[in-house]
Write a new protein. Structure first.
Lengths: 508, 330
């Protein structure tokens, strides 16, 4: 167990004036699953990109099998037996799964012709261990989680001795993640060393042998997983003691408070049907369920981003009769999309221009934007959310993930909304910012703003929300609150219908 | 790592004013243009003469109006390859109407409206049918050019009877300043202000920067794209009419290759082909730069064939430099 396959020492890397890595060390043993933990910006990805040859270090050395090596490119890394599965999916959508899997291998091959029959056969072999994916399907037609599995299959074809997985379960369902862990354990047993990057303590403690923590570009500590606790790791990641991870909940019975939003018989053909629920003053309502169950679709229907949804929505007792999202915003309902970079923010535009985007009327007069008022709006909201930035004229792309999310939240708050819907509000956000966002949501709820949170992270739903509606196949399959709000109950309701969940022993 | 909190700079709009100014691409362009001026005034005695300056300004002024339209369209994420032939079509339509007894002002108005309609039609195909700007405007480019040739039989229309008050637009001067330049400055200043300050045009930036995010912010992005597409063609129509007044004729083959010049000017001036960024001021500086280069090469007796090669290389260099600068900013 103790033979070291990869050793990194005194490695440094700077991007301009930003020191991404400072004198870090890291050690990987044959056959171990080694978790790499740290907030976003801690230097994990930079280190992995150096090991995979995408980036070159400024100083320090990498020792593979006892010999110092220089890894000039990803192709060189492949030859050395290092495979990296990126967090972002990098597949060609218009060619088949099999061709994607063997893309790197085809690239390395010296023969002129591609042996398609053999390629499909070998792809089927590899995929059979991973899940039900047709090697002849076009990647475009696969779900995100299936694409993730194809990425992993791709790395497995390369005969690697060191396999790096960068947050591979972010887009996977529980079941798919379980399959992935089984594969990881099998590979480790075969002697492959695995570096596993994750934010999720449950995964680190459930499946890894050792864990190394990075913070602000520096190496902090390495522990045997069996000899440490999640609290210790989180504390090491944030560099201070985080005692209360979630803010205090609503005191008393939230259902007794007046309803802010009532939804009755909301349906949209093919997406969801007969959705009924109410949101009460002061509570944070969660929407749980599997990816693709229709949670986001329901919220988009309420906000009229999906303009075809039918049903009744009442805001503070009055029926909401809006046809387009712009009108819904005026009534005080705002939606924050799950894909922050893809459809939430204007990355190359300034913080101020992002914050004012929902209602330019607030910072303009007669159609002319008042730059001073726009900046003032952004710095006021920024201060309220503890936004860390140089100045509000900076492009949003210059901020970290957590601060980008704060800009997105500031954008929602700019219109003084009555109800806000947040889709995966802390995805890709580091631990410190995550805690802050949770606190902000609770403060807003206390101030009387109705809050609906969609999250695939069960501990977050349970920790933040007062009640959780569980969506399954476009319907609300059950509601949990108080002590019944457990990961087990939510998973039951998310994956099987309510009757069977009760019969199966869920306390609902 | 940016650790400074907003409190440290609350109320302040942006870092140090000077630093920000120095980082602006407009300053770089102005310096390059000034350097060219300096070099050329040594190289050729004719360069820094009033006549040459005036000729150069006249040359870029009308095209500059098209550049304005193109820049706005590029910011919204679109592109228009048909600007050259739509400009020519405006001339041909107005010219034909005039030759058939319509007074030149009405004829010009109809020509501009016709070009606006072409833009609206392109906008329809892009936003409602869902085709790409590139291919729609490529088709429009060929169709509009065909219409020009069809309407004129391929020969220029001599419009010798154009009344002097109409020709004044293209040929006259107010004091020492040509009317064309006055119109150009008014258009540029007006659109530059609107683009910087109005909510209407801010939505153009949002749409081009991230169309989905703009839609999720309640902006009707299709309407925005439809309008920028239409505006670009309308400005082409306007430019075409001014060209007619200036030349006193309608030329069906005018403006071949104009789209490349116009797009190059906008991009050199900072407009991004992927949308979301660009300024009118920058694009006009880009136009001026290209025009100074053309004029210089002509004065230096460089073959016209070499001129195209040099212009293309300048575009490539400008875009490459910008690519690296923006990478460093990130």
């Amino acid at each position: 167990m103790s033979d070291v396959i990869l050793k990194v020492s005194r490695l440094s890397k700077a991007f301009g004036s930003i020191q991404a890595l400072r004198d870090v060390q890291f050690e990987l043993r044959r056959g171990e699953i080694h978790a790499l933990a740290g907030e976003n910006g801690a230097g994990k990805s930079t280190l992995m990109n150096i090991i995979d040859g995408i980036l070159q270090p400024d100083s320090g050395e990498i020792i593979l099998d006892g010999r110092p090596v220089r890894i000039a490119s990803p192709a060189a890394a492949q030859r050395l037996g290092i495979g990296l599965v990126h967090q972002e999916i990098a597949l060609c959508p218009d060619i088949t799964v099999a061709e994607n899997i063997f893309m790197a291998a085809t690239n390395a091959s010296r023969s002129l012709l591609v042996d398609y029959a053999g390629l499909h056969r070998r792809a089927a072999d590899i995929l059979s261990g991973l899940g039900d994916i047709d090697p002849l399907a076009l990647v475009r037609s696969l779900s995100i989680s299936q694409q993730q599995l194809v990425e992993i299959a791709k790395a497995l074809t390369l005969d690697c001795r060191v396999l790096i997985l960068d947050e591979p379960t972010a887009a996977l369902t529980e079941k798919e993640a379980t399959v992935l862990f089984a594969i990881m354990h099998r590979l480790a047993a075969e002697g492959i060393a695995i570096i596993y990057i994750s934010h999720r303590m449950a995964e680190i403690f459930g499946h890894c042998d050792r864990v190394s923590v990075f913070r602000d570009g520096q190496y902090v500590v390495t522990h045997q997983v069996a000899e440490t606790t999640p609290t210790d790791i989180v504390n090491a990641m944030v560099g201070r003691v985080v005692d209360n991870r979630y803010p205090a909940k609503f005191q008393g019975d939230s259902l007794a408070a007046p309803a802010i939003l009532e939804v009755e018989g909301l349906s949209s053909p093919g997406l969801f049907s007969d959705v009924n629920f109410s949101l009460h003053r002061g509570e944070i309502l969660g929407l749980g369920g599997l990816i693709g169950a229709g949670r986001s679709e329901i919220v988009r229907g309420i906000c009229r981003i999906d303009e075809t949804a039918s049903g009744t929505v009442r805001l503070e007792g009055k029926p909401l009769d809006t046809r387009r999202y712009q009108q819904t915003i005026k009534e005080g309902l705002v939606y924050l999309s799950e894909d922050r970079k893809g459809d939430g923010l204007f990355l190359d535009m300034s913080i101020a221009a992002n914050v004012s985007a929902l209602r330019l009327g607030l910072v303009s007069k007669g159609g002319i934007i008042d730059q001073r008022r726009e900046n003032q709006q952004a710095s006021d909201l920024g201060r309220r959310l503890n936004l860390k930035c140089g100045h509000v004229g900076q492009p949003v792309s210059a901020l970290s993930g957590g601060n980008q999310q704060k800009v997105a939240i500031a954008k929602m708050l700019s219109v003084n909304p009555k109800v806000i819907f947040l889709d995966e509000p802390t995805r890709g956000v580091d631990v410190g910012a995550k805690l802050e966002i949770h606190r902000i949501l609770r403060d807003l709820a206390n101030a009387g703003v109705g809050i609906v949170v969609i999250s695939s992270e069960l501990p977050e739903l349970i920790g933040v929300c007062d009640r959780v509606l569980v969506v399954r196949e476009g319907r609300i399959n059950g509601v949990v609150s108080g002590d019944a709000m457990t990961e087990q109950n939510i998973m039951y309701l998310a994956s099987i219908d309510a009757e069977r969940a009760r019969a199966g022993g869920a306390r609902l | 790592m940016i650790t400074q909190t907003i409190e440290a700079e609350a109320g302040k709009t942006a870092g140090s004013g000077w630093k920000r100014l120095a980082g602006m691409r407009e300053i770089g362009l102005i310096l390059i243009i000034l350097a060219l001026f300096a070099a050329m005034s040594f190289a050729s005695p004719y360069f820094l003469t009033w006549e040459n300056m005036r000729a150069m300004a006249m040359a870029f002024a009308v095209e500059g109006i098209v550049v304005v339209g193109m820049t706005i369209l590029l910011i919204s994420g679109g592109i228009d390859l048909s600007v050259g032939s739509v400009t020519a079509l405006a001339m041909v339509i107005a010219g034909l109407l005039f030759l058939n007894g319509v007074d030149p002002w009405t004829a010009s108005l109809i020509a501009i409206l016709a070009c606006t309609a072409i833009g609206a039609l392109m906008g329809f195909f892009v936003t409602k049918v869902g085709l790409h700007h590139f291919i729609v405007s490529l088709a429009a480019m060929v169709i509009a050019r065909g219409a020009c040739l069809l309407g004129t039989g391929g020969r220029p229309l001599g419009l010798f009877t154009l009344p002097p008050e109409f020709k004044f637009i293209g040929q006259g001067s107010i004091g020492v300043i040509p009317v064309v330049i006055v119109i150009f400055v008014v258009v540029v200043v007006a659109f530059d202000f609107m683009l910087r300050r109005t909510t209407m045009f801010r939505k153009v930036f949002y749409t081009g920067s991230n169309e989905k995010a703009a839609a999720y912010s309640g902006i009707r992005t299709k309407k925005v794209i439809f309008l920028t597409t239409t505006l670009c063609s309308a400005l082409c129509g306007f430019a075409g009419v001014i060209y007619m007044a200036r030349f006193g004729s309608a030329q069906p083959t005018f403006g071949v290759g104009m789209e490349l010049n116009v797009i190059a000017a906008a991009v050199i001036g900072g407009a991004s082909l992927s949308g979301g960024s660009g300024t009118i001021f920058g694009a006009i500086l880009g136009t001026i730069l290209l025009s100074v280069v053309s004029s210089s090469l002509a004065l230096l007796d460089v073959s016209v064939y070499w001129q195209d090669i040099i212009r293309g290389s300048i575009l490539l260099a400008a875009v490459t430099i910008d690519h690296y600068l923006s990478k460093r900013r990130r």
